[in-house]
Design a protein around this ligand. Sequence first.
Ligand SMILES: Nc1ncnc2c1ncn2[C@@H]1O[C@H](COP(=O)(O)OP(=O)(O)OP(=O)(O)O)[C@@H](O)[C@H]1O
Ligand SMILES: [Mg+2]
Length: 514
Amino acid sequence: MDGKIFIGGGGEEYASPQGLSLTYANRHGLVAGATGTGKSVTLQIMAEGFSDAGVPVFLSDVKGDLSGLAKAGRVDHKLHDAFTARAARIGFTSYGYRAYPVTFWDLFGDQGHPVRTTVAEMGPLLLARLLELTEAQEGILNIAFRLSDEEGLPLLDLKDLQALLVWIGENRETLSLRYGNVSTASIGAIQRRLLVLENQGGTQLFGEPALMLADLMRTDADGRGQVNILAADKLMGAPGLYATFLLWLLSELFEELPEVGDPDKPKLVFFFDEAHLLFDDAPKALIDKVEQVARLIRSKGVGVYFITQNPADVPEDILGQLGNRIQHALRAFTAKDRKNLRLAAETYRENPRFSTEDAIKEVGVGEAVTSMLLDKGVPGIVERTLIRPPSSQLGPITAQDRKAHLAASDMAGKYDAPLDRKSAYEILAQRAEQAAAQAAAAEEKAEDMEPMFREFNAGRRYSGSRVSRSTSRRTKQSGGGFAEALTKNVMKELSGTTGRRIVRGILGGLFKGR
Ligand SMILES: Nc1ncnc2c1ncn2[C@@H]1O[C@H](COP(=O)(O)OP(=O)(O)OP(=O)(O)O)[C@@H](O)[C@H]1O
Ligand SMILES: [Mg+2]
């Protein structure tokens, strides 16, 4: 199995080893099958194989059962005999138990190190999708991003965006002259959508320290690839957030990684579980973009594997790009099932030994119809493959083990505490404070003038009651030159990174001319 990841045994008596070629692992793949047919275990053994080959992987763990990768399987496990028998049957002589170098991540920061990105890095297109904005609302969001750049108001977290929207509302008339109609209704709608996102836990996703991609692409001291596991059980409750986040991650990888063509082995392999969530109700424009990212990210050495119950969940253009396939059993109860089954079977190179359609119907649990890319990227003839048993623990680790693992992780402390740098929210708040101070100062000056002028000025500025002198003095001091200098400094620092980032991002760079 040189240059290949061992997947299982195919052919007569399952005696012929089936492998996934590392050279073509960046040509993407599909793991499909009805519930309980073995998708998660297949994902687990693929992650193990890549890690052993020195390839880091990123996978989302929808049911929590993939956390077992962090622990070695055990001889006292109830399936130990079944596993060893299976290994013997497929000639997997080197089979044994071992743990893998796992890093746990969690958007909510509970079950893993927090994963954050900034609003600016997410970009207007993905954010609009995340917030399910209409075209008019998306227009306003685009204006917000423009203004953030032009006015030096960095958008890091959600409160920055909120503050900027308020500011846009206040300056609506001037802005409408420049950008066309900026309606309060649209601003209000975006603000309400932001509240929904906050309630879904979006607040934690946006902010700093933002995830550094290099932290997902590490190998350990033994040269084994890091297995990054994203806790996705809670995230499933907010499918939009889940899909958008993973899409963002892909686009970041695309942006940041250098072109490598077809490397000996991938730089990173990305498993997208419950992939149908990405495509359900997705607008055509977004699907086109996923298709585009999938096509382009290949040359960056990133392999993307979609895991889903039914291959029909994946749009045809994208399905066509998934070269390495592991198809577990599909049901054939209804007419629609049978149609899907036929369609799934049609996409494979027939094996004279059996009918693909029948095989997909018949394969047992932990068995699959497989087709991997061969030399020159040609799809191999379909095989009935008994998938190898896992070396790491089957099923989840305990909450206690996870905690201990997190504490011992070399990522501990790097992302755990949020960092709230000065950005749009703070700057706008300070501007408002300064404006108030200036008004107060002007008033104070007026008080030194002739009583008549004073009355006149005060009357003009305020129709109602006036701010008392003591308050205005205090305000004036705090809004003085120091704060202004500080703002300038911070801006200088921020405009180097965030400003630039606003205009890039697939969803701003590659996806700019939508
Ligand atoms: N390759 C394998 N080797 C040994 N046992 C396996 C293998 N694949 C699956 N099994 C057995 O089948 C069970 C179900 O598999 P798995 O959890 O992977 O199904 P699934 O398709 O992910 O299901 P779901 O859709 O419910 O998530 C496993 O717990 C294990 O006992
Ligand atoms: Mg599963």
